[in-house]
Design a protein around this ligand. Structure first.
Ligand code: ADP
Length: 462
């Protein structure tokens, strides 16, 4: 077995709800916590939820502050931090950051820089999946540079196709093309969008699948070649390719298919020699075929619902793995795949400060009143959700993640609805009325939904 080195102090290179989530995991493990915050986050809650907090990126932009690798490492070194957790977004998928941490003797709580690199580029990730014998959506094996190549793909495989950014994320930089005449403009736009958003303008093309389900598998692996899956999440309830409501486990997949997808994800990550937490994403078509789309080599927003059904604290497991523990050690206590059993159903709603009546426009202003739902089976992970909090335009509009757990899916859905109804928020509008429409919709309650659900269900917006 390898060497174990327990952390005394962990810095979280992130903000909002995920920073607070990670602090909580650390505190329970007896680890001292360090927050960093931008000037714009001067009064944000995560700053006050850590044992120590330091300003970074003075004079820089709100986002740039959290992307400033050298400043983060300076803070880490000066205050004797053992390890950095990157959360999601920001530097979490930046191989250079993982490498710089290693060079400075600070442990990066995540996979190796090589694995981040391998999965950060979706074209490379697809190639890896093909090598592992895992079905991928027909697509271009290389980024597409010329219009001719793109048109050739469209004609050969038939429209519609989807143009995707090689380094894409968060549902951005994607464009559906339904005929030859739309290709030139779509290619230009997708490529310049990708360049602006991800610093890499490379795009590739896939066949666009109609009405798929988005199913993803949570993987946990240690540094000694032990890898398990924590079953799947159904993240098909999406708006603009972004997840809105997530469910674990999936309620509508036939059992053999569900298990086959989990085992396939496990095989890919085992073969890749991956370690720490990661997620393998698939699209599943109505005829029961599934296709790999990408790997997210980090903790995900919706890890919460997997924790609720398995009882496994994913963030604490990430920390233990980074400290050098094996899955079978009592500190992690996952000696085998069979040791993981799920119980019940969990649903997560992403409550955002967006006005569903005005096209989900982000709202800003002060929360004049804030009383959340709660009670048995409810879990809330918030970032800046308290009376008097100011919602600024600087960051994404996630206010709080509301999760409900119950023994049956129906009970979990009822609990979710009840909790959403209990929220009282004044001062800024939220998407809660929209979420209520989703979780009480018949299609949601029967599991009969796919990624087109929101776009094809106008009554959700009433
Ligand atoms: P990102 O990394 O930006 O989240 P993904 O590749 O994970 O991008 O895709 C996000 C969502 O976009 C998927 O869940 C799905 O709804 C949609 N999508 C992506 N690729 C396809 C495709 N080939 N056909 C149909 N929908 C797709």
């Amino acid at each position: 077995m390898g060497e174990v080195r327990r952390f005394k102090k962990v810095l979280v290179a992130n903000r909002g709800e995920i920073a607070i989530r990670i602090f909580r995991a650390c505190t329970e493990l007896g680890i001292r916590t360090v927050a960093v915050y931008s000037e714009q986050d001067n009064v944000s809650l995560h700053r006050f939820k850590a044992d120590e907090a330091y300003l970074i990126g003075e004079g820089k932009g709100a986002i740039e502050a959290y992307l400033d690798i050298e400043s983060l490492l300076q803070v880490a070194k000066r205050y004797e931090v053992d390890a950095i957790h990157p959360g999601y977004g920001f530097l979490s998928e930046n191989a250079e950051f993982a490498k710089r941490c290693a060079e400075e003797g600070v442990v990066f709580i995540g996979p190796s820089a090589e694995h981040i690199q391998m999965f950060g580029d979706k074209v490379d990730a697809r190639a890896m999946a093909v090598k592992a014998g895992i079905p991928v959506i027909p697509g271009t094996p290389e980024p597409v540079g010329k219009l001719d190549e793109a048109l050739h793909f469209g004609r050969e495989h038939g429209y519609p196709v989807i143009i995707k950014a090689a380094s894409g994320g968060g549902g951005r930089g994607m464009r559906i093309v339904r005929e030859d005449s739309e290709m030139a403009e779509a290619l230009d736009r997708a490529s310049s969008e990708a360049g602006a958003a991800f610093g890499n303008s490379a795009v590739y093309i896939e066949k666009y699948l109609e009405r798929p389900k988005h199913i993803e598998v949570q993987i946990i692996a240690d540094r000694y070649g032990h890898c398990v899956h924590l079953f799947e999440r159904d993240c098909s309830i999406q708006r603009r390719y972004q997840k809105v409501v997530e469910v674990a486990p999936s309620v509508s997949l036939p059992e053999p298919l569900r298990l086959e997808i989990c085992e396939t994800a496990h095989r890919l990550m085992s073969m890749a020699g991956y370690y720490n937490a990661g997620t393998v994403e698939f699209l599943v078509t109505p005829d029961g075929k599934f296709y790999f789309i990408e790997v997210n080599p980090r903790v995900q927003v919706e890890h919460t619902i997997t924790e609720l059904i398995t009882g496994i604290d994913i963030v604490q497991t990430q920390i233990r793995i980074a400290e050098g523990y094996a899955l079978s050690d009592p500190e992690i206590a996952i000696p085998s795949q069979e040791a993981i059993v799920t119980r019940g159903y969990a649903i997560q709603s992403r409550v955002t400060t967006e006005d569903p009546v005005r096209g989900f426009m982000p709202e800003t202003g002060r929360l004049l009143a804030y009383r959340p739902g709660g009670g048995f089976g409810i879990r809330l992970d918030g970032g800046n959700d308290y009376p008097g909090a100011v919602i600024t335009p600087h960051y994404d509009s996630l206010l709080v993640k509301a999760c409900a757990w119950a023994v049956t899916y129906e009970q979990a859905a009822q609990k979710m609805m009840r909790t959403l109804q209990e929220f009282r928020i004044r001062g800024v509008k939220t998407n809660i009325p929209f979420l209520e429409n989703v979780v009480q919709h018949k299609a949601f309650l029967t599991g009969d939904y796919d990624t087109s659900f929101i776009d094809t269900t106008p009554e959700l917006f009433e």
